[in-house]
Design a protein around this ligand. Structure first.
Ligand code: CMX
Length: 432
């Protein structure tokens, strides 16, 4: 059975299961909210549903129940490759089942049919100044595709609610096929004199992305596959996922939802942290000239950063309370392919030095590294040195998870989101 038919069956079954569950348990309490939580980013408030993944503070992310090592092992690989294909994580996130080689092949064929990006998207991007941030262009490119939305058109024509998910699926597939094209365009426009590289339809989604960026080494193909799998989903409450879900809840098209999600990802406390990490490490390295910094040097540098009132990028997390397993997966990749890289050696030393510093500093609830502490060094090693661009990789990948959920939001007929807010006056009057 093809992906869309598989989804049709699964959505119908899950909708019945959900409505039976709601009938029995709908009025039970899932979370209580303290005043602190209302003021402090709603940490820990359980108030939304996300099908694709669940984050355990100590174990890290599970994609449809599978850990990162399991996913790395069990998802189909490219011929001769060892890293999982992102087409496979999309299949897993959207269906809940591990894909077969055929399932992955079908998605690859679908993407190939849908990858054409209208010329006006590129014209729009070319109208932007070259010192624009790549995330701004990426989000704008996605936004400009709104005109192509099959969902928006069908909605205007008055399709019944039961069909919303089908058109959302169509937009999701179109958009996923096109994201690497837009992202690669942005890279070549900003950094390579607008010398664009045509896609190679014989390559898988991630390898083709690397190819269009201008990096055709097999190791970069592997890195790109791993990268696009690891960032794909991190349950629903993080800024990018939640934004996509929230905007989508107004029945805005997937293009509008993903463009908005990318704007959230572009914040320095979220996805932009990966560029900040590399900037911080390179500044650190430059401050020691030719000498390789020692652990003591790094410790002092970390304190200088903290004493200047800044955060140490790549460390800490709103939910995680141990080393991010995505960090560990990237570390394994680095140990395999670039153990002697100087920046990797600094990243490794930081792994030892920063947690005790943050513990002593006493503020961060989690002193351990997150994914952003490691992703940049790998890209940098292979010559992708425009670190302002790094969040775009994160964005291409995160769209997989957000779009998967958007299909489910529509399949389950979830309503527009509208939590209740209050004022301090209201709190003073009502909380005694
Ligand atoms: N360096 C210095 N201080 C840190 C810190 C870090 N790496 N991590 C947390 N803190 C501080 C917070 O700024 C906060 O200080 P204030 O009380 O003065 O506001 C205090 O410790 C408590 O924060 P927390 O509850 O531990 O963390 P939050 O849930 O508020 O924030 C996060 C989480 C990720 C934004 C934060 O750890 C941070 O700023 N890290 C650095 C940026 C980063 O790596 N972001 C990427 C996260 C992954 C991603 O989304 O991509």
């Amino acid at each position: 059975m093809g992906l869309k038919d598989t989804l049709r069956t699964k959505i119908q079954k899950r909708a019945e299961e959900t409505s039976a569950f709601l009938k029995e348990h709908g009025e039970k309490i899932l979370s209580e909210v303290t005043v602190n939580q209302a003021y402090r980013g709603m940490r820990g408030v359980k108030c939304m549903v996300w099908e694709g993944s669940l984050l355990d503070p100590y174990e890290g992310i599970r994609f449809r129940g599978y850990t990162i090592p399991e996913v790395r092992e069990m998802l189909p690989k490219a011929p001769g490759g060892e890293e999982p294909l992102p087409e496979g994580i999309f299949y897993l996130l959207v269906t809940g089942d591990l894909p077969t080689e055929e399932n992955v092949k079908e998605i690859q064929e679908e993407f190939k049919k849908r990858m054409e990006v209208p010329g006006y998207v590129f014209d729009t991007l070319r109208a932007m100044p070259k010192d624009s941030h790549p995330m701004t262009l990426f989000s704008l490119g996605i936004l400009s595709l709104q005109n192509e939305s099959k969902f928006a058109k069908a909605y205007r024509e008055g399709i019944p609610k039961t069909q919303y998910w089908e058109y959302t699926y169509e937009d999701a597939m179109d958009l996923l096929a096109r994201l690497p094209i837009i992202a690669a365009f942005v890279y070549r426009y900003l950094y390579k004199d607008d010398q664009q590289i045509d896609p190679d339809p014989s390559l898988d989604w991630a390898a083709n992305f690397a190819h269009m960026l201008g990096y055709d080494q097999p190791e970069v193909y592997e890195l790109m596959r791993l990268y696009l799998v690891l960032h794909s989903d991190h349950e629903g409450g993080n800024v990018s996922a939640h934004t996509g879900h929230l905007v989508g809840s107004a029945l805005s098209s997937p293009y509008l939802a993903i463009s908005s999600a990318m704007n959230g990802l572009a914040g320095p406390l979220h996805g932009l942290a990966n560029q900040e990490v590399l900037r911080w490490i390179l500044e650190l390295k430059a401050s020691f000239g030719d000498k390789m910094p020692t652990k003591e040097d790094l410790e002092k540098y970390a304190w200088d950063t903290l004493n200047a009132g800044k955060v140490i990028p790549g460390f800490g997390h709103a939910v995680l309370r141990k080393t991010d397993p995505r960090y560990t997966a990237f570390r394994e990749f680095a140990l395999k392919y670039l153990p002697d890289d100087e920046i990797f050696q600094i990243v490794s030393m930081l792994y030892e030095v920063i947690p005790p510093v943050l513990m002593k500093h006493g503020k961060a609830k989690n002193p351990w590294p997150n994914v952003d502490a490691h992703s940049g060094v790998l890209l940098y090693h292979y010559g992708i040195r425009e670190f302002d661009y790094y969040t775009v990789f994160f964005g291409v990948s995160r769209s997989i998870g957000i779009l998967s959920q958007l299909i489910w939001d529509r399949g389950l007929g979830l309503p527009i989101e509208r939590p209740k807010s209050v004022t301090l006056e209201w709190l003073k009057e009502n909380i005694k």
